[in-house]
Ligand binder design. Structure first.
Ligand code: SAH
Ligand code: SF4
Ligand code: F3S
Length: 454
């Protein structure tokens, strides 16, 4: 973990004399992981240093995800456990941020009265003030904003990795998929100024970072709201000029916004990885229409064609939902067939979960739970077979791997990722963490590759 970049802006300096510790637990997507790094950066300015020890922490933060009911339930079960930790250490504070907090606000305190701070996804920059206020008043503090502030604040950051960095480039989502809570908890799309992004990535390059992942709930929409407007491809090419950055990734893409010019930019930019995460969600037109995805299966096929024409070895991955309300067995099987047809490198799969605020949650034709899980099992089997087939293409090839670290059980077993985001295991010294090495692949399973370092 590295220390906070950007200097302490001074306004909290008087209260930063006594050092305190903060423990943070993060659920959900990469945006949330990135937000947690900014929370740590903000808290660093008032003297909170990160600890891995929950029980001794002065401040415990839960950065929550609301995407499915299960994720939300996990929040309350963690809070139940943290309540007990707080009973042993009554001066410790509990803060809850992220998407559940944004949605629940005051209601979260009603359900968990021992929580001290509730803050949302649009007011991260206010976290230090809110924590200080809770400390001083001994009263719960709840603050959520409807939208991001007019001028997007540049937030300090304590990164959890010193060779690969998350960089948020666009916040929010303007789609309204009928199953999804994200627009309600993350607001409308707001792109960051490309100059700020490039400056941030130059600083990262100067501090030795090799990989950046440009983040957005809908990253492929980047730039449409800027004046003058621009597209993600131009940003990728700008970042591509920063020599020390060897790998540029971007997630999550929306098929409708992955325009040919973005694919062209990826193809033209040597450091842009040959990896496209473009969730289709379902392989059936009637379901896609009712999901309000804004494209049909044939459109998606064309996007895949455009990628494979320009970048034949690109990895393409997707998210899939099964058991969307009204989905028939035949429609579900269309999704299974599409997985076979496209031959995805990997897919995140999930059983549909009804979410608050979303239209489909109140539709009458909900698919029974056991049926959803039956479909999920079948889909996962096919996804595994197809991923295995894709992974076998690597046998006998030598690939460039960015080493992520050692296995917990064996310090000599390294793992890392290819440019196409395949997980690779191989033997080597821990000192190679953060380095690019070449590995020749000699075995493949559905989830990972194995090989020998060259
Ligand atoms: N913006 C991305 C997805 C972000 S949400 C896109 O449009 O593709 C991450 C994933 O969570 C989605 O791709 C979807 O597969 C899943 N998801 C969202 N809402 C869900 C729900 N109500 N039930 C089950 N899975 C859901
Ligand atoms: Fe949710 Fe749809 Fe937006 Fe993705 S595009 S975040 S699935 S509303
Ligand atoms: Fe979850 Fe919020 Fe991300 S709902 S998936 S943490 S945007």
């Amino acid at each position: 973990m590295t220390s906070a970049t950007r200097e302490n802006r001074g306004q909290h300096a008087s209260s930063s004399t006594d050092l305190k510790s903060v423990y943070i637990e993060t659920f959900g997507c990469q945006m949330n992981k990135s937000d947690s790094e900014h929370m740590l950066g903000l808290l660093d300015e008032i003297g909170y240093k990160q600890t891995a020890n929950l029980k001794g922490a002065d401040l415990m933060i839960l950065n929550t995800c609301a995407i499915r009911e299960g994720a939300e339930d996990k929040v309350y079960s963690y809070l139940g456990a943290w309540r007990k930790v707080k009973e042993q250490n009554p001066s410790a504070l509990i803060a809850v941020g992220g998407c559940v907090a944004q949605d629940a606000g005051e209601k979260l305190i009603k359900r968990a009265p021992y929580v001290d701070v509730v803050f949302g996804t649009h007011n991260l920059h206010r976290l230090p003030e809110l924590v200080l206020q809770a400390r001083e008043t001994n009263q719960p503090v709840v603050e959520t904003f409807q939208e991001l502030p007019e001028d997007l604040p540049e937030l300090p950051v304590v990164r959890q990795n010193d060779f690969s960095a998350w960089v948020s480039v666009i916040y929010g989502c303007d789609y309204n998929c009928t199953y999804c809570i994200v627009p309600y908890v993350r607001g409308r799309e707001r792109s960051r100024d490309p100059k700020d992004i490039v400056r941030e990535i130059r600083e990262l390059a100067d501090s030795g970072y090799k990989e950046v992942t440009l983040l957005g709930q809908n990253v492929t929409a980047y730039g449409h709201d800027l004046s003058p407007s621009m597209h993600l491809g131009t940003l990728i090419e700008m970042v591509g000029e920063i020599e020390q950055i060897k790998r540029i990734r971007f997630i999550t893409g929306h098929p409708r916004d992955l325009k040919p010019e973005i694919i062209d930019s990826v193809a033209r930019t040597p450091s842009a990885c040959e990896y496209f995460h473009i969730p289709i969600q379902a392989g059936d037109d009637r379901t896609l229409r009712r999901m309000a995805r804004g494209y049909l299966v044939d459109f998606y096929r064309k996007v895949v064609e455009q990628i494979r024409e320009r970048i034949p070895d690109a990895a393409i991955t997707s998210d899939l939902i099964v058991g969307f309300p009204g989905e028939t067995q035949e429609e579900f099987l269309n999704t299974v067939r599409l997985v076979e047809e496209i031959c995805f490198d990997a897919c995140n799969t999930a059983a549909y979960s009804p979410r608050p605020h979303t239209p489909s949650a109140s539709w009458p034709d909900q698919v029974p739970e056991d049926e959803k899980y039956e479909r999920l099992r079948l889909l996962n089997t096919v996804v595994g077979e197809v991923s295995h087939r894709r992974n076998k293409r690597y046998l006998g090839k030598t690939v460039e791997v960015l080493v992520e670290g050692t296995s917990q059980r064996n310090a000599e077993r390294l793992s890392g990722r290819t440019r196409t985001n395949k997980l690779v295991h191989f033997e080597g010294p821990a000192s190679l963490t953060g380095e690019l090495v070449n590995v020749s692949i000699d075995s493949a399973n559905p989830w990972a590759l194995r090989g020998q370092m060259q």
